[in-house]
Design a protein around this ligand. Structure first.
Ligand code: ZN
Length: 415
């Protein structure tokens, strides 16, 4: 069904797949009684609902709040590749009641990202102003799991990995037969990211090796890769091309990333777990991201017990237990490299905006990086006032934020 992604906006694959709806939907069990009435509140213009209905709803997406009755909420998935139009189209969390509090017709979670907390956060009612762009989509910290090399122990453990209901990044070495395995299409359909790990793992000229992989991703999955992982972590070989095509190039030297850090996106820190790693090695990494309010990225090659020659394979059961451990924390965002990376950059752009007075309104304008996936959002809060974009009031999301479409380039706070 990825022909729907003809504009190749992987950044919104979440939206297009309908998966995001499930994330928000899950939380509704605690927010309001209106759990399964989703379809009644589908706000999107019906014109945008093309055929992307068949995506499997991924339930239990994240955290303890995610077990909600998702049902048909996913079926309307309007494919809206640009954020500004995407606002209208998402069926997403239509049942999340947020819109009622502002009178906005828009859904409160157009990003489709998972939502922190149990909901029930009151809309700010103080003086207009006080814009805060929340780090990590409103979570305390973030963690991204990426899988390199299109190894068979990834593919062969689909049930366990997909069953976690969270999104991963798959850095495909596209010259391998396995890169075309239907597993990766299913992962994409479930909201995961497919990224660029070159065609031949660095054995060709750097730029052409990357470009060939990019072509493969487009031709096979209708995807534009927005992030890459340099083969063998040799990011310096790719600085030219990675700056032209990607928001980040994942390296292999480990460090937590702070929301305001001046991180080198062309050698983004990542942790490679030791061979056989399980919860004893993994859980402290998530604990640190949580306690320090930072972003941990993880570079995984495969799992023990296979024959794919994966570099430092880890223990599958340990990994599954670990991810469940993080989900249960509830305040650590599990997102793809693209999702978290774009959020990281988008937040900086909005945060740097200086308000301009227009009458009694405050207008914040920003410019996104030249290379940036469309359809991305940041979550903001205010002391009070009405937050709007393009003249339309944004709905309050009861998980504690307004979702701001980055593509719109500005927001307005008014009394
Ligand atoms: Zn590799």
């Amino acid at each position: 069904m990825n022909e729907d992604l003809s504009t190749t906006d992987q950044g919104t694959t979440g939206s297009t797949t309908g998966l995001p709806s499930t994330t928000g939907a899950g939380t509704t069990q605690t927010t309001a009684g209106a759990t399964v009435t989703n379809t009644a509140t589908v706000a999107g213009p019906s014109t945008t609902t093309n055929g992307t209905t068949g995506n499997p709803p991924v339930t239990g997406t994240q955290g303890s709040t995610s077990a909600g009755p998702v049902t048909t909420a996913t079926s309307g998935g309007p494919v809206t590749t640009s954020g500004s139009t995407g606002v209208g189209g998402m069926t997403a969390t239509a049942e999340t009641t947020g819109s009622a509090t502002t009178g906005s017709d828009l859904p409160p979670n157009p990003s489709g990202l998972p939502e922190p907390g149990d909901g029930g956060v009151a809309q700010p009612s103080g003086a207009a102003g006080g814009l805060v762009v929340l780090p990590w989509a409103g979570y305390k910290g973030a963690i991204s799991y990426s899988f390199d090399d299109a190894n068979s122990t990834q593919i062969n453990n689909e049930t366990q990995l997909m069953g976690l209901g969270v999104r991963f990044t798959w850095y495909l070495q596209t010259g391998k037969q396995e890169a075309g395995n239907a597993f990766y299409q299913r992962a994409l359909d479930a909201g995961h990211e497919l990224g660029n790990h070159t065609q031949s793992h660095g054995s060709g000229a750097a730029d052409s090796d990357v470009n060939q992989a990019q072509t493969f991703l487009m031709n096979t999955y209708s995807v534009v890769g927005y992030t890459m992982a340099a083969p063998n972590g040799s990011t310096s070989n790719y600085n030219g091309i990675s700056g032209q095509l990607f928001i980040l190039d994942r390296g292999v030297s480990d460090s937590l990333i702070g929301a305001d850090d001046n991180t080198n996106m062309q050698n983004l820190p990542s942790w490679i777990p030791p061979q056989g790693a399980g919860t004893a090695q993994f859980n402290p990494k998530a604990d640190a991201a949580q306690s320090q309010g930072k972003w941990q990225t993880v570079c995984i090659h495969g799992f023990t017990g296979g024959s794919d020659g994966a570099y430092q394979p880890i223990d599958l059961n340990g990994f599954v237990s670990h991810v469940n451990y993080v989900k249960e924390k509830g305040d650590v965002w599990i997102g793809t490299m693209l999702e978290v990376g774009a959020y990281f950059l988008g937040r900086k752009a909005v945060k740097a905006a200086q308000p301009q007075a227009q009458g009694s309104d405050q207008v914040y304008s920003w410019t996104l990086p030249d290379v940036f996936p469309p359809g991305q959002y940041v979550r903001v809060t205010v002391d009070g006032g009405t937050v709007s974009q393009d003249g339309v009031a944004l709905p309050w999301n009861e998980h504690g934020f307004y979702e701001v479409a980055l593509d719109a380039g500005s927001l307005t706070i008014s009394q």
